[in-house]
Design a protein around this ligand. Sequence first.
Ligand code: ZN
Length: 148
Amino acid sequence: MTDDHKRNVAQKADQAKKIDQDWQRELSPEAYRVLRQHGTERAGTSPLNSEKREGEFFCAGCGEPLFDSKTKYESGSGWPSFYAPKEGAVGTTTDRSHLMARTEVHCAKCGGHLGHVFPDGPQPTGLRYCMNGAALKFEPQKVEAKNK
Ligand SMILES: [Zn+2]
């Protein structure tokens, strides 16, 4: 490892730390716990569960649009559920905590943890994106229709 490289690695580690402190300052405690510490909000606590208006759901961390209200459905789980994310908006990893393999879902842009995806959703995808409302922000569609 060259000195330059070492310095780079040290700088990167330092940046990551700063970013974490920034997240903690910028996010609500609940959003921070979910997005940055892979927390799960208590079922039924998110006001977004009952959000039925048309609009878009954004990442509470970075503001990236993640889900369209058209893909939201009532799963009865107590968490906001969608059958599909916006294209390329989320990434997944295998989560082996809690003694079972689940598919973890995170924001593709900032890496913030959003929830999990399960293969028991409705058509057309058959998937259930079980999201933490604390990781999302909802923006209702403007009444004046935007240009398509
Ligand atoms: Zn994000």
